[in-house]
Write a protein that binds this ligand. Sequence first.
Ligand SMILES: [Zn+2]
Length: 133
Amino acid sequence: MEYEELLKNVLKEKKASSGERFIPPEAEVNQSGQKTVINAEKFANYIKRPIKHIARYLMHELTAPGQIDEKNNIIIGGRFSRRVVQEKLNAYIKDYVICKQCSSPDTQMNKIDENFVVKCLACGAEYPVGKIK
Ligand SMILES: [Zn+2]
């Protein structure tokens, strides 16, 4: 898979440069009735992105309704497997975390006016990322 290749390259680079490895923890995915409960808190903390933004992305990608419960779980309407959810989260990393200039995962995302801007702490690149509808 393309993403895995990308991640592998990133890991190699990271290891060579700082000794730190970028391995986001997997989200816990459980089906509950006709809903899918996703505990993505560790994942969100690790990649330093708001859980709300990740939830929005998942809803859009899965074309399903969703919400965040009081325990910060993402609840998606419909049953989605762990594999499908993880694939979407990997795609999220590619779109909103990995620097498009230098492939470093060491980036921040800031909201400027109504737009999100990713800033790379490794190479200094700064670019807007698409809005999730
Ligand atoms: Zn960069």
